[in-house]
Design a protein around this ligand. Sequence first.
Ligand code: EAX
Length: 327
Amino acid sequence: MKTHFLKKTAIATLALPLIPGGLALAAQEMNLAFTPPLNSHYGDAGRAFAEEIERLSDGEFKIVLQPASAMGGERDVLEGLQIGSVELTLTSTGPIGNFIPEIYALDFPFLFRNYEHAHAVLDGEIGQELLAEFESEGLIGLAWAENGFRHLTNSVRPVETPEDLQGMKIRTMENRVHLETFRELGAAPAPLSWTEVITALQQGTIDGQENPTPILTVNNIWEIQDYLTLTGHVYSPTAVVMSQIYWDGLSEEQQDWFRQAAQAAAQASRESVARIEAEGVELLRENGMQVIEEIDYEQFRAAVQPVYDRFAGEFNGDLLERIRNTQ
Ligand code: EAX
């Protein structure tokens, strides 16, 4: 028995990355949690992050991907980062406004004109200012990756105007701006963690939900939803976030590695969203969904104007105007 143990220990030691002087240090493992499955735009971002940090650190850090809500819903994971039970996450901004209200500015309906506009905002001064806000909550905002423009699905009727939404039970993320948006559209919004959405749709306790195409396709949403309306009502960023507890334990050089790895994740997610969206709507249609491509945007914009009137005053200065005016 003793020999076997010694042999195992010897093999394990040899497998460790060697550092100058022959001493072997075990790679420091860090969990990176996200709600979509591995074969998704989040999985692509997670793999890019892992490869880059392992390359830059020469194996000193190893990222363990935790897909498909393995460590909880997005709000739970953010709380986990704050107490140190989770090291890293890729998360939509859905729940972040509950921790950092300024982030709600990114969640307003029909605010972003297109992907180019969203990237110009997030990669510019405003995006960096908002990432800096994370530190007030024990979180380190490393970069802005991408979830995509959100569209509406349901199993009651085709939605072409706000009128069609009256009384429909629509799941929203746990996000005040989204909740008010669907209330103003006449729906009955139900804020839920993503971990509860598929079951709620299967059981009929909600009629519909809204998410970017890559979330719809990777979850085979056509199996439980009949209608898709390409509203593009909200642009959904994905934040690459680290627990400050772990961040503070890194040297400046190591911190720079994590920032570079987060940028690699952001780039990978944007490329993945563009690739999936190119074929995504056709895939949903081929699998039986009725797709409504044209809506009366002016009707929808007018219906959600009260959301701006109600919340705009909550943000420092003219943040929403600055976002609108970004070219
Ligand atoms: O971040 O909860 C949601 O609808 C999000 O889009 C999803 O968890 C991916």
